[in-house]
Design a protein around this ligand. Structure first.
Ligand code: ACM
Length: 541
């Protein structure tokens, strides 16, 4: 098969021609004037080829050019002739994308960290001219419900870069574990990062595995992962989920909430919510300062989803504070609290991101990115204001739902969300208004990990659906011949060590349960997101 027909995500144009060019130990890496950094990026991404790629400033070989005339910030051109290769883009990010495409044109061994003996790096001649439709192309790993360490995250950075995905969102805190070191508040990693056992069956809090689970990233781990990602054109987007989903935080620092809490071992929505009073905001801004010092990326997700505000109606600290502010509805206090944190992030040069309850609850600032998960209502309303909207609805971007309703699928929350469901996803549907469509900045998948215990299972749930999502994100939904191109892509995934199909077949007794059917979830969320306001309980499911 013509390798130019197997590229994923599908480029705007890709055309194979007769002839080949071979990258050898004699091939020079030629940086055109001003393209030295771009050539360094090429060298880093092609290191697994184990070629010297001798540096040169003119001549033929693998030529790298920065050219402002090449489209938008991530656009690129690639040309392979019998005499050499030329990569051109207006930015280093574009050159990185060109290099990933070049790597896909090479034999699958290019995705190993070292090639088998005798591998020849033959490239078919041809041209690619390419640019992404959407700026935010990403995926979320939930490292709270099950902790995946830095090596898994960095492997996902590689897999993201391979698919030209540029945002890796880490859901770092939730009821079941806080995964960030704090030098200022060490009980966060000492206490909040571990739980004694884990719920092991759908909707059965009483069925647990009896095994302690825990872990956290040190601030140095986060800085390391962030640099590793930036070198590959991927921005890490950390999330601290507030003010709800706070059991682990409150187990460590109960004075920030009401009553006693433990790091939860079961799933579902908890009533743990921080008190949104000035002492809590000071604590949280200290934590955000540590986090943003470690992570230079432009975005921090503040959560805002699925909050029960019951404690705010009864706690005298909170009701007294509401009186001081002249606020009578706890939802307005919810908005005030999120705006304070978003404002703090803004003072540190970061944009806040929040789930769509945060937006309808009044928590967004004008530059906040709203991540609409519940249904089209939230996504379209966000697009009616000044905000940027990330469209990641449960259907079809939640990859914790299983991929088929086959009996041998492993235990999951429900489903199915199939590969064709993902390829058919239209990020900005034609029947939306121009304004609504224009505000969609991108899409991402979500790998919530309640029922994803380890990295192998994670690979199974994420791939190959992430390949389809990457194609939707890159093309804006104009996927074509996806199945045929995927058939040519699976060898690359396998060489990269990504265990896609076949399934782990009920490992650890996790045979498929009758989770929640996706049609029921969709109908429920569409109903909720149709409302422009929210009740005191911000619970969504
Ligand atoms: C969410 O799924 N609670 C954002």
């Amino acid at each position: 098969m013509d390798r130019y027909e197997t590229l994923i995500p599908r480029p705007v144009t890709a055309r194979g021609e007769a002839g080949t060019f071979e990258l050898t130990r004699d091939t020079a890496l030629v940086a055109a004037p001003g393209a030295e950094d771009a050539a360094d990026a090429v060298r880093l991404l092609l290191a697994p080829l184990r070629l010297p790629l001798r540096p040169a400033s003119d001549g033929t070989g693998l030529v790298v050019r920065l050219d402002p005339a090449v489209g938008g910030p991530e656009a690129y051109h690639l040309r392979v002739t019998p005499d050499g290769v030329e990569l051109s883009a207006s930015s280093v990010d574009g050159i990185r994308h060109a290099t990933q495409t070049l790597r896909q044109l090479l034999p699958d061994a290019a995705w190993r960290s070292a090639p088998p003996a005798g591998t020849r790096w033959l490239l078919p001649c041809g041209t690619v001219s390419d640019a992404p439709a959407l700026a935010w192309r990403g995926g979320m790993l939930d490292v709270s419900r099950h902790f995946f360490g830095k090596h898994t995250v960095m492997r996902y950075v590689d897999l993201f870069a391979m698919h030209r995905l540029n945002r890796l969102h880490l859901h770092l805190t939730d009821d079941q574990g806080w995964r960030i070191e704090s030098r200022r508040y060490p009980r966060l990693h000492e206490v909040a990062s571990h739980r004694p056992t884990t719920q092991a069956w759908y909707e059965r809090q009483d069925r647990t595995d009896g095994t302690p689970h825990g872990g956290y990233f040190t601030l140095d781990d986060l800085a390391e992962m962030s640099t590793y990602a930036a070198d590959r054109g991927v921005t890490l987007v950390p999330e601290i989920d507030l003010p709800g989903h706070a059991s682990a935080l409150l187990a460590a620092y109960p004075e920030l909430g009401v009553g006693a809490h433990t790091v939860r071992s079961g799933w579902g929505i908890s009533e743990a919510v921080v008190k949104p009073v000035p002492a809590t905001v000071r604590f949280l801004t200290d934590v955000l300062a540590e986090l943003t010092d470690a992570l230079p990326g432009s975005y921090v997700h503040l959560g805002g989803d699925e909050c029960l505000l019951r404690d705010w109606t009864t706690d005298p600290d909170v009701t007294g504070y509401m009186n001081t502010l002249g606020i009578t509805d706890p939802v307005d206090l919810f908005g005030h609290f999120l705006r304070e944190l978003a404002g703090y992030l803004s003072s540190r040069g970061r944009r806040a991101v929040m789930w769509d309850e945060g937006y309808v609850g009044g928590g967004a600032l004008p530059d906040t990115i709203v991540t609409a998960w519940r249904g089209d209502g939230g996504a379209r309303r966000g697009g009616g204001a000044a905000d940027d909207v990330g469209r990641w609805p449960v259907y079809p971007t939640y990859f914790d739902y299983d991929q088929s309703d086959g009996a041998d699928e492993p235990l999951s929350i429900g489903g199915p969300v199939t590969l064709p469901d993902v390829t058919a996803f239209d990020p900005a549907p034609a029947d939306w208004s121009d304004t609504e469509r224009a505000h969609v900045i991108g899409v991402q998948f979500q790998a919530w990990s309640e029922y994803i215990p380890d990295a192998r299972h994670l690979d199974y749930m994420v791939f190959p659906r992430a390949c389809a999502l990457a194609e939707v994100a890159w093309t804006g939904g104009a996927t074509a011949n996806f199945d045929a191109r995927l058939a040519g892509h699976l060898g690359r995934l396998s060489a990269a060590g990504c265990g896609d199909r076949p399934p782990p077949k009920s490992e650890r007794g996790r045979r498929r349960a009758d989770g929640t059917p996706i049609a029921r979830v969709r109908a429920h969320l569409e109903k909720l997101s149709a409302h422009a306001d929210v009740p005191t309980s911000l619970v969504s499911m």
